[in-house]
Design a protein around this ligand. Sequence first.
Ligand SMILES: Nc1ncnc2c1ncn2[C@@H]1O[C@H](COP(=O)(O)OP(=O)(O)OP(=O)(O)O)[C@@H](O)[C@H]1O
Ligand SMILES: [Mg+2]
Length: 243
Amino acid sequence: MEELELIPGLSRSAFGGATTTATVTQLTHVSKVFLEPKRREVFTDVNMRVKRGEFVALAGPVGSGKTTLVNLLAGIERASSGSIQVLGKETTRLSGRELTTLRLASLGLVPQVQNLMQEFTVSQNVELPLFFLGEGERESRLSRVREVLVLMGINADAERKVADLSVGEKQLVSIARAMVKDPPLLVMDEPTESLDPLVSEVILEMLRGDNALRAKTLIIATHDKRIIELATRTVRMNAKIHA
Ligand SMILES: Nc1ncnc2c1ncn2[C@@H]1O[C@H](COP(=O)(O)OP(=O)(O)OP(=O)(O)O)[C@@H](O)[C@H]1O
Ligand SMILES: [Mg+2]
């Protein structure tokens, strides 16, 4: 597999080659056990390889471990054992800071529980990843932000404070923030949960287009039948997974 120099340094020119890597992420014998408040084994043997351009739906009942798997992929949680490769990096060996850098530079994450900056405007929230990446001048960053807000149909809300938005509107901002960097890998946790069917369909068509035409890799944890229909593959959560 091609080794990509993502770390250190936040320059995205360093990860341009990521899109030529066939395997975007690979989990081998991954287990996750929470010890607090009392021991709970979420999964014991997850094996999953996702190739560039795949659209994988992570499905399974409430509490089956979808969010836990998303958090492991994004480097927010640590695996209890096993190996997790993301864009050519063995993330289990990275420090917290290196994980943050990897996530910021190359992964678009939409968490299940939104973590937007409530006191910032929509535009400021979506600009943040570009700001942290140190990308371009303010003007070019704002023009990219505008582009994504238009795409998401929320440009009219650009100057509104996030705290004043509806839950669904916040969901759209969260997706916009993940997309603004145009990352090779998008990992989303129930992204359509708070959207109406029409808006949801528009967003899904856009994601599917990006996936099919530009080989963007999508991993989406969901209960939404429409996402499962559109996905090229569905992985059902079990204690042992071979996918
Ligand atoms: N930080 C934590 N500490 C302890 N237990 C946890 C923690 N996070 C998750 N769990 C437990 O792990 C199991 C899987 O949770 P997870 O959130 O991954 O499920 P899920 O499939 O995403 O569910 P949902 O469909 O409700 O989003 C649950 O039993 C949950 O209680
Ligand atoms: Mg969940």
